[in-house]
Design a protein around this ligand. Structure first.
Ligand SMILES: NC(=O)c1ccc[n+]([C@@H]2O[C@H](COP(=O)([O-])OP(=O)(O)OC[C@H]3O[C@@H](n4cnc5c(N)ncnc54)[C@H](O)[C@@H]3O)[C@@H](O)[C@H]2O)c1
Length: 280
């Protein structure tokens, strides 16, 4: 097999030929969901795109919809009705169930309002956890109820290593990611038994997107991660490629995992570039 670097053009392998999927969270061209939708399309998948109504008003998603030939259905993932409507419409559109779902959603109200972690507003916090983590449960529970995911389907939610280690400015999103990873494990158990559906989280390197850049001190953060990762930070294109493999039939027995996609960052104690920096 020929492996290409993310800078080189992608060579499709038809890994997702005949598969149908729902992609949550493509806001603009920088979004991990945007890149993943493009790669899934190139690999032969049929897609349906969705985002929060407020995000869709920016209109960018229509460009992606045209590029990947997919309908767009608005859905605020904190609303039971919206999620039910989305999954119902997706089944109507595809004439049955889907084979994969990408949950690429994050929102911290306390970060937005500039509240430090030690002084968070609990009302905002409840909303953050609902949008960023429990929404995965809502999507899976709705899909299970409507039998909307086909046998051996694959669901991925995007996470970050702040779920395991402290990154002070990641704020309440660290707790949201810990909850997200837990929901993925817990629901993954039930969906595996019910329909061989696998559920995993991909823990991605810091990436320059709208959500990513919202984290205080992001430039220092991303440069540090780059120096601490023997392969360097994983790009959003690399993340999209990884998601394609996880949606494909080549990873059918992988479930209930938090999969680090971070150039080695999560296993490193220190690197020479960081030691050099500290000796200056
Ligand atoms: N960028 C990074 O550094 C990084 C690193 C690791 C993990 N992640 C995760 O990747 C995922 C995608 O983020 P991104 O970096 O591509 O940024 P992004 O800003 O492009 O995507 C976040 C998406 O969440 C959507 N969203 C927010 N509230 C919503 C709601 N109520 N209903 C439906 N959708 C809603 C936004 O509209 C947006 O499309 C997030 O889970 C994020 O935490 C990002």
């Amino acid at each position: 097999m020929y492996f290409y670097h993310s800078n080189q053009s992608n060579m499709p392998y038809n890994l997702l030929k005949g598969k149908k999927g729902i992609i949550f969270g493509a806001l603009d061209e920088k979004s991990i969901a945007w890149k993943t939708a493009m790669r899934c399309h190139e690999e032969g998948a049929e897609l349906l795109l969705t985002n929060a109504p407020v995000a869709m008003r920016m209109g960018e998603i229509n460009k992606l919809a045209a590029a990947v030939n997919a309908p767009v259905i608005p859905c605020d993932v904190s609303s039971n009705e919206d999620v039910l409507n989305l999954i119902t419409k997706a089944m109507e559109h595809f004439g049955g169930g889907v084979d994969f779902i990408l949950h690429s959603i994050g929102m911290s109200l306390n970060v937005r309002k500039g509240k430090p972690y030690t002084e968070i507003d609990y009302g905002f916090n409840a909303k953050t956890l609902d949008i960023s983590a429990m929404s995965l449960h809502r999507v899976l529970a709705t899909a299970m109820k409507l039998d909307a995911i086909n046998e051996w389907g694959s669901v991925i939610a995007l996470s970050y290593i702040a779920a395991q280690r402290v990154f002070p400015d990641y704020n309440e999103m660290a707790d949201a990611k810990a909850l997200l990873e837990s929901v993925s494990r817990s629901f993954g158990y039930h969906y595996a038994l019910k329909k061989h559906v696998r559920v995993n989280t991909v823990s991605q390197s810091p990436t320059r997107t709208t959500a990513g850049s919202g984290v205080k001190g992001f430039d220092g953060f991303i440069n540090y991660a780059e120096k601490m990762s023997p392969l360097g930070n994983a790009s959003s294109e690399d993340c999209a490629n990884y998601c394609v493999t996880l949606f494909s039939d080549y990873t059918r027995m992988v479930t209930m995992q938090n999969l680090f996609h971070d150039g080695g960052f999560s296993t490193v104690g220190v690197t020479e570039p960081v030691i050099d920096q500290m000796e200056k």
